[in-house]
Design a protein. Sequence first.
Lengths: 607, 252
Amino acid sequence: MAEIETIEHDVLIIGAGGAGLRAAIEASAQGVSVGLVCKSLLGKAHTVMAEGGMAAALANVDERDSWKTHFADTMRGGYYLNNWRMAQLHAQQAPDRVRELEAWGAVFDRTAAGKIMQRNFGGHAHPRLAHVGDRTGLEMIRTLQDHGIHQGIDVHMECTMSSLLKDGDRVCGALAYTRELGKFKLFKAKAIVLATGGIGRAYKITSNSWEYTGDGQTLAYRSGADLIDMEFVQFHPTGMVWPPSVRGILVTEGVRGEGGVLKNKNDERFMFGDIPENYQSSTADNPEEGWRYVTKTDRQARRPPELLTRDHVARCILREVREGRGSPHGGAFLDIAWIKEKIPNAEAHIKKKLPSMYHQFKELAGIDITKEPMEVGPTTHYVMGGIRVDGETQMSTVPGLYAAGECAAGLHGANRLGGNSLSDLVVFGKLAGEHAAKFAKENGEASIDPDQVSTAQAAALGPLDSGRAQVDGGAYQIQYELQELMQDKVGIVRKEEEILSAIDEIEVLKGRAQTVRAPGNRQYNPGWHTALDLQNLLVVSEAVARAAVIRKESRGAHTRDDFPEKEDAFGNVNTVLRQGADGQMEAIQETIPELPDELQEIIDERR
Amino acid sequence: MANTTFKVWRGDKDSGEFQEFQTEVSDGMVVLDAVHQIQAESANDLAVRWNCKAGKCGSCSAEINGMPKLMCMTRLSDFDLEEPVTIEPMRAFPPVKDLVADVSYNYRVKQNIKPFKPRQPDNEDGSWNMAQKDVERVQEFRKCIECFLCQDVCHVLRDHHKHDEFIGPRYFVYNAALEMHPLDQEDRVPDLKKSNGIGYCNITKCCTKVCPENITITDNAIIPLKERVVDRYYDPIKMVLHKIMGPKKKSD
């Protein structure tokens, strides 16, 4: 152990997207020493890709909005599987978190009265998303980064966590390696916050970057923490479908928020044909009403069906494609250019409100979205499930281990509303940082077990072992096969026998991943990094599949061909995944605690 | 589809050379796709930085056929694929390995720029009122994805290695975003003149040309900042006014 650099912090934050940065800023404000570790360079995390906005009931555009309505919308969007305490705290605290970003330098788009502008988004009753054109995530991460670097936080960039270390029940540190030289770093900490994001790289068609390999979920799972609701993977309805190399890149929901409509090859606005019962009273039944809603010219107008929840829109697009009414490259048409029939300066308006989308289609597909429709189809976007946390403190089921942001679960239930992710990051990032700092103050030093460190080191170096046989494609090949497998068998629409066969195949891939060889040395070697990330991807893929098997119904983002309806028996249960005594993954169901009366009333008043 | 030849720089801080790879180019492919294909097919350990693959994170900056570009936003159909395509790391920074350059200089520069300092909130809830037209100028600068291509192309850094005396176009844009922020009350003009070395920029506009976000770096950020420095230090009337009126007027 002598040769490993050891670094001590009271609180160690793993991940430097919105949640990690916000947690670090908060922990630092509580007066403890903070280390922030990120897999990439600072400011490049996935938050940067968030486009549409950040949901908060500021009531700047529609004064009827309130935290209660935001809470009720979030619960309904999540099919009531949400952790209601988190949904409540989120709705109550999001406005302060938005205003705080402004105080740290964020420059949101403005209303005519000079307030923070808010836009429409799927599942939100009122215009609620604070935004900056369609690059809100960039604004958030840059604001947090530029503020955070002056708060005395130690940042360790391009550094990947390979294992958490424990002292008895609690966490006490972590072993990491640097990308540049492949050197190990041993972090000692009294409390750890996981803020590592999602698992989207488990799928072939995804809007997620290479970083999204389920690292936090796996680190937590391996140290004995519970994961919940992993069957709920959000497929965003609108990813690019052509050309092939850009398939999956996100097309913001903001396009629909600004009046974009979905059509099939017969020029039909097919979303009008399938409006779920619990949204019928709040959804427009004709295009004119939808347009009046989008332009905020009629306060009584209801939302156009394109702004229904993501799970539903994704399924409708898939149905059009399967029934032969799709676009030429297997998607649907998303048309924003049509608004030129309605407003005089449409081209300039589109470029102003959706600059990244204009740029993205122009550069990557050669399409001018102010003149022609886009081709879009579902893409893996977000995981609602993740590390089980206490709603109040964000602590996982392992003492001293916290989680916030996408890697944590609870807020979104069975389906996340667009815009609730950015607010999730800062609301729960702050709470996690606060409570981790408190834990660090209240609990003394823990001690590192050198055996755990050497075991972790040996595991991390495994792929570089020259004794292993070299196979064509190496870890990349196994990753491709896993992505194909998850896309085909544990994708948007699932069936029992397919999921079961996926679990068997994952087992085989695990065996291959255990012995895969990465050529080259420890210095900035993506083949080695991929071999290690792959281990995490396999854990979270298995978790998704095992959870998907036991939820024998269709709800939110989880759609079962063999159980196409919602079932009451599953209407109040979370799926819990943990490592059993034999090392195997166990999946069980647990009943969700009942809502307090005052929260139930808020929901009932808004049905 | 035909096989295309790519000449990829491989090496580390000590030495390196171009290595040739062949891979198949299909419809709509960008340079980063080709790099990934090469990585999977024939060079598992080929080092490359990338994240979003959608032009939003600014990680995959490189020099492609000699031009600073984002690999994820550069389509191969823009090139004559009969000729080899060369890919090398940004040259204004020290090499780390293969296509990865050491960009830590940029992070050190940012750390030394005075942070945002807002005026008192306008409203009781801690919020401010700002008109859209007043924030637009700053919003242009805040589009920056920190790809550092402007730094890479700037001759003051690239050819004259003034890294210790000059902060580069990215950080003039950063300064401009702070200085022109309607709420900001800090004064960065003395730093711009002295430690930031704005005088070294002779407005050749190379930075503006390579910006993937189309930020008008020279005209909208650097020149107005140069004017502030000139007003403060070289205009006799304004120098007197500045002495009488105090260090900063935030009305501009």
